[in-house]
Design a protein around this ligand. Structure first.
Ligand code: ATR
Length: 281
């Protein structure tokens, strides 16, 4: 007798490059959870229709990637505090009563990869977050909750960094953390952890901050992975930092989504090791 499977997907435009289907398929295999996970290419102006169609076809939940993450809060019935803070979501759950719950697991994934997989504690650390777009907004709250002592948000457009700092000021106060907004060239301090959340590697531009931001042995993390992260990782290595790309964040944000949907935590560290081995093989 064949077992019925629950349907999930990742929606984006483009979406062909997404590694989420492979990650969730491996999670399903390792946990025995009966799920099917697809890619769905959604027209640029058709995100909410795409979500409605997928739910009507029996979908149980979906991940959301570029460029739709900021559209999610407008269509969800309920948004987690993380989504309210970030203004963006990457994980939808379709409940049996027809309501839609939105969460954002990107920041949890980043924190898990830095602290668990890379073994770098964030508590009490000085962190530089480069960028103030959707990617940076998604991780600032979880970085504060992980106990960073001082987070500097550096962005080409200063007003966006200031807005991000402003929207997170209450959480920073609660966490007894300091938050600063600066233009990249105005950053004179150095840091334990530097996180690149700009699209600058994708655009082929140089790293937007001076190498003096790197303390010796600092962790230099690019939220991208593959060729898009290479420029930043090379720069970090040349200046004595420990480079790390965003593959682990990708696997860990998927693990948090899987846990939300299935109530089972998949062996994410094992899946990350397998993916790292297959990319270097
Ligand atoms: P994402 O969802 O990936 O964060 P986004 O919201 O468009 O995409 O944000 C892109 C981020 O990368 C922004 O912080 C952007 O800086 P601005 O706010 O000044 O536009 C940053 N960025 C993109 N290209 C850049 C470049 N060449 N140099 C420096 N920062 C860049």
């Amino acid at each position: 007798m064949s077992q019925t499977t629950d349907l999930y997907c990742v929606m984006g435009n483009p979406v062909a490059h997404s590694r989420s289907p492979a990650i969730h398929a491996r999670f399903a295999e390792l946990t025995g959870e009966p799920i099917t996970y697809e890619r769905r290419l959604v027209p640029m102006d058709g995100f909410s229709q795409g979500v409605r169609d997928f739910a009507a076809q029996g979908g149980r939940g979906c991940n959301v990637t570029v460029p739709f993450k900021t559209e999610v809060p407008g269509l969800a019935t309920e948004c987690s505090e993380r989504v309210q803070l970030a203004g963006a979501a990457n994980t939808l759950t379709f409940r049996t009563d027809g309501s839609i719950y939105a969460d954002n697991t990107d920041g949890l994934g980043l924190v898990a990869d830095i602290t668990r997989n890379a073994g770098v504690p964030l508590a009490g650390r000085d962190v530089l977050l480069v960028g103030a777009g959707g990617a940076a907004a998604g991780v600032l709250g979880p970085l504060l909750l992980a106990g960073a002592r001082h987070i500097t948000v550096a962005n080409r457009t200063l007003a966006k960094a200031q807005a991000l700092v402003q929207s997170h000021s209450a959480l920073a106060l609660l966490q007894k953390a300091e938050l600063t907004a600066l233009e990249p060239r105005a950053v004179t301090a150095n840091f334990d952890v530097i996180i690149n959340a700009t699209a600058s590697s994708l655009a082929g531009a140089g790293v937007p901050v001076p190498a003096t931001v790197l303390r010796p042995g600092a962790l230099a993390y690019d939220m991208m992975y593959g060729p898009a992260a290479q420029g930043f990782l090379d720069w970090a290595r040349q200046h004595g930092a420990v480079p790390r790309d965003g593959l682990g964040m990708l696997v860990e944000q998927a693990a948090e989504a899987f846990l939300l949907w299935r109530g089972v935590r998949p062996p994410s560290a094992q899946v990350l090791r397998e993916m790292q081995q297959s990319t270097t093989a």
